[in-house]
Design a protein around this ligand. Structure first.
Ligand code: PD2
Ligand code: ZN
Length: 299
C-alpha cells in the first residue's frame, strides 16, 4: 500500500472529484518524483475509494515554489504551463471571514474565478470615501531598471493601504486571504484604483516577467506574485470590464463582486493565458480594490 502525506492524498481526492483522468494524475505524480508503480497504485486506490495509508512520505523531487501548493498536475496547455488544483476550494459558495462568498464562474485554463458578494455595499463606499482625496496617478514597473513609471497604458489613480493598518482593513485582509486560500502575510497591501471616463489598463501580466531585468528588484522580497483578486467597488455604467484576451473572457464590474486569477504553479511556471487588462471606461467611473499574493511572506 503506498504511503502518502495528507497533501497528496487531498490532492488526489480533489482531482478525482473534478473528473481528472487517472493518467493525468499518474503523470503529475511522476513529474513530481514518485515512481510509476507508487503513483499508479495510489491513484487506483483513491479512484476505487480505498484511502491510502497516511504517512510522511513525499516524492524525492517534490518542489514547493508556491508554499501552499504541494502537488503538480499534468494538464498542460500548448504553451507548456502545468495547471494544478486551484488554491480556492471547490464549491458554489466559499466561506471567507465569516461571509458566504458566491462563486459565479470558474474557468480552469487560465484559472479564473468570478465571485459575487465579496464586499458589502457599505464596505465598498467606505473604501471609496477613504481614498477619494488621496489618489495619485498609478505607475507600472520599468522593464529595465524596475523603477515605477507613469505611462499611457495605465491611466488610473490609486492609493495603498498597509496590510492590517486598522481594524477595518484587517477585516478585509483576513477575508481576502481566506478567500484566496493563501497566507495573509504573503499579501501585498490593498490597493484602491479609480478610473475616470476613458481610463484603462492595457493588457499586461500581474507577475514580474522573469526575462526582464527590472523584475529582480520586485521579486527580491516575497518572491513572485502568484495570484490576483480584483474587487469591484462600484457598478460601471459602460465599459471597464476586466478582459482576458487570450481566453476570450471579460468580467463586468459589479459592486462587491470580484475576479480572481492565479498564474504561478509549484514548479515556478507562469501562465501566459492570464494576460489581462482593464477595458476603457465608456460611461461613468470605475473603482476597484486589488490584492496581489506573493510566493512567500511579504514584509
Ligand atoms: O481595472 C481592472 O479591471 C484591472 C485589470 C487588470 C486592474 C488590473 N489589471 C491591475 O490593477 O493589475
Ligand atoms: Zn493586472
Amino acid at each position: 500500500m503506498p504511503i502518502l502525506d495528507r497533501a497528496w492524498r487531498d490532492w488526489l481526492t480533489t482531482n478525482v472529484e473534478r473528473g481528472c483522468s487517472a493518467e493525468s494524475m499518474i503523470d503529475a505524480m511522476i513529474a513530481s518524483g514518485f515512481d510509476h508503480g507508487t503513483a499508479r497504485e495510489a491513484v487506483k486506490q483513491i479512484v476505487l475509494g480505498k484511502p491510502v495509508a497516511l504517512g510522511q512520505a513525499t516524492p524525492p523531487a517534490a518542489t514547493s515554489a508556491a508554499s501552499a501548493t504541494t502537488a503538480t498536475s499534468s494538464i498542460a496547455t500548448s504553451n507548456g504551463y502545468h495547471y494544478e488544483p486551484c488554491p480556492v476550494p471547490a464549491g458554489n459558495v466559499v466561506r471567507a471571514g465569516g461571509r458566504d462568498v458566491k462563486v459565479l464562474l470558474r474557468c480552469e485554463r487560465p484559472q479564473v474565478i468570478v465571485f459575487g458578494d465579496v464586499l458589502s455595499a457599505d464596505e465598498c463606499h467606505e473604501l471609496m470615501e477613504r481614498s477619494r482625496h488621496r489618489l495619485k496617478r498609478s505607475t507600472t514597473v520599468n522593464e529595465t531598471d524596475g523603477s515605477e513609471d507613469v505611462i499611457q497604458n495605465r491611466t488610473s489613480e490609486g492609493i495603498w493601504f498597509q496590510r492590517c493598518e486598522d481594524p477595518f482593513i484587517t477585516t478585509l485582509d483576513e477575508r481576502i486571504a481566506e478567500l484566496m486560500n493563501w497566507p495573509m502575510n504573503c499579501g501585498e497591501g490593498l490597493q484602491i484604483l479609480h478610473y475616470n471616463g476613458g481610463g484603462e489598463y492595457r493588457p499586461h501580466f500581474d507577475y514580474f516577467p522573469p526575462d526582464q531585468a527590472g523584475s529582480a528588484r520586485h521579486t527580491a522580497h516575497g518572491g513572485q506574485r502568484v495570484a490576483t483578486l480584483i474587487v469591484y467597488l462600484n457598478d460601471v455604467a459602460g465599459g471597464g470590464e476586466t478582459i482576458f484576451p487570450e481566453a476570450g473572457l471579460s468580467v463586468v464590474a459589479k459592486q462587491g463582486g470580484a475576479v480572481y486569477f492565479s498564474y504561478m504553479n509549484s514548479l515556478g511556471e507562469l501562465d501566459p493565458l492570464t494576460l489581462h487588462g482593464g477595458a476603457p471606461v465608456l460611461a461613468g467611473e470605475k473603482w476597484i480594490m486589488t490584492k496581489w499574493m506573493r510566493q512567500r511572506a511579504y514584509e
